[in-house]
Design a protein around this ligand. Structure first.
Ligand code: MV4
Length: 452
């Protein structure tokens, strides 16, 4: 096992990692910006080092500063959490070159999955279903020919994009030339790489993702899927496990194919393979995330597997400990509680003047906030993850409503009310989810009760 782990993150995920370190008996080192001098992760860790001013590029993204802290404190591993440097292959390489284990997959696998065209090819080669689409496109003539073959609507995606960034839907042939030029320009500006490719566009998909845990020696465990369709502008708001729309046969088939694909690429550590589930119930690969995700908690609740502990153990070369039967037990739902204006969705930093966290049977709250804590304006707006677990989806929704009603955060604006309304909405209760649900809810009219 490692001698000491540097936690290269902040907020709730830094606490999550520090807690796992403590249970493993491994000392942890927190790093923080000057804006986070009073943050809980600096107090929970065994040691804490200030690495720079508030902007993330000068602190949490400052690779030389992080390496220096690891060397000075004697940390022999780095846990990147999510966001920040978690999917930065160069950071992983620098760590390894300095003799510090990066707790994540090998840099080469991170690069492969960061290239959406190569990732598609790797998945397809192992029999994972992908949407009709192309390799990197040479010019707009080729794009037009391929779009005609695939059939409209199509979507242009940046090969170096991901998470919904760098995408352009094209509904008619007359728009393709202009969209192709724009997509290339945006890809070059946004990712330093102008490569784009085409896929058939799925109009009203559900977002389903499969949690993976691998040891890099040929063992790939699939820990079931999550449904993450309740989102707004590519920010997930509610996640649940299992997906209410997937049959056991689909789940088994998916897990077998993804397992084969990830064995073939030498995957190690945790990862998430994202799929679109279309109106006809067909799954297609979208992209792979090579990090621990915000919503890993719902998988933990239904599988009983401590994913952060297992990713640390795997990175240290230890054998994976997994239950024999990793079928989900019961149902878990997570709400992301954000500091944001309920109408404009703008971030709402400030001081938390009063706080009551929900509790009781089947309720988990992962959060770094406390009474009198000042939410800084420099980072993402996630305040807390409320996770409920119960014997089935119906009971989980009842527990979620009860827990949301216990939750009090005063002094800043939050999306707690939005969650309370979604948890009572007929489409959500029925499991009729798709990626446009929140837009329909926010619009007044027959789409359901208006949300504002
Ligand atoms: C798509 C799509 C429809 N068709 N690809 C968004 C996140 C990124 N991983 C890919 N995304 C999408 N890709 C095809 N061929 C629709 C989306 C999409 C989406 C996917 C999952 C969850 C929310 C979404 C919101 C808008 C668009």
């Amino acid at each position: 096992m490692f001698k000491k782990i540097l936690v290269a993150n902040r907020g709730e995920i830094a606490l999550r990692v520090i807690r796992a370190c403590r249970e493993l008996g491994v000392p942890s080192v927190a790093v923080h910006s000057t804006a986070d001098a009073h943050a809980l992760h600096t107090k929970f860790a065994d040691e804490s080092v200030c690495i720079g001013p508030p902007p993330a590029r000068d602190s949490y993204l400052n690779i030389p500063a992080l390496i220096s802290v690891a060397e000075i404190t004697g940390a022999d591993a780095v846990h990147p959490g999510y966001g920040f440097l978690a999917e930065n292959a160069e950071f992983a390489e620098v760590c390894e070159r300095c003799g510090i284990r990066f707790i994540g997959p090998p840099a080469a696998v991170m690069r492969l999955m960061g290239d959406k065209v190569r990732a598609r090819a790797a998945m397809a080669a192992a029999g994972v279903p992908i949407l009709p689409g192309t390799a990197v496109l040479g010019d707009d003539t080729e794009a037009a020919r391929e779009a005609d073959r695939i059939g409209y609507p199509v979507i242009l995606k940046a090969a170096a994009g991901g998470g919904g960034r760098g995408m352009k839907v094209v509904t008619a042939a007359g728009d393709l030339q202009a969209s192709f030029a724009t997509a290339r320009a945006e890809a070059r500006a946004g990712f330093g790489n102008a490569d784009v490719f085409l896929e058939r566009y799925v109009q009203r998909p559900r977002h389903v993702e499969l949690q993976i845990l691998a040891d890099g020696r040929g063992h790939v465990a699939a820990l079931g899927e999550r449904e993450c369709s309740v989102q707004r502008r590519h920010q997930k708001l509610i996640e649940e496990a299992p997906c209410p729309a997937l049959s056991q046969a689909q789940r088994d088939d998916l897990q077998a194919r993804v397992g084969a694909a990830l064995r073939a690429v030498g995957y190690a550590n945790v990862g998430t393979v994202e799929f679109l589930l279309d109106e006809e119930g067909r799954l297609s690969f979208m992209e792979m995330n090579t990090r621990i995700q915000v919503e890993h908690t719902v998988t933990e609740m239904v599988t009983g597997v401590d994913l952060v502990r297992e990713q640390i153990r795997q990175a240290a070369g230890e054998t994976l400990v997994l239950p024999a039967d990793i079928r989900p037990r019961g149902h878990a739902i997570e709400c992301r509680i954000n500091a944001e204006d309920p109408v404009t969705f703008a971030p709402s930093p400030g001081v938390i003047s009063a706080l009551n966290l929900p509790g009781g049977f089947g309720v988990r709250v992962d959060t770094h906030i406390y009474e009198d804590y000042r939410v800084p304006p420099h980072y993402d707006s996630l305040l807390a993850k409320l996770v409920v677990h119960a014997e089935n989806r119906r009971a989980a929704i009842a527990r979620l409503r009860r827990a949301l009603d216990e939750f009090v955060i005063e002094g800043i604006k939050t999306n707690l009310d939005l969650h309370r309304r979604v948890a009572r909405h007929p489409d959500f209760v029925a499991g009729n989810l798709d990626t446009h649900l929140l837009e329909r809810l926010a619009a007044p009219g027959p789409g359901g009760p208006p949300l504002r």
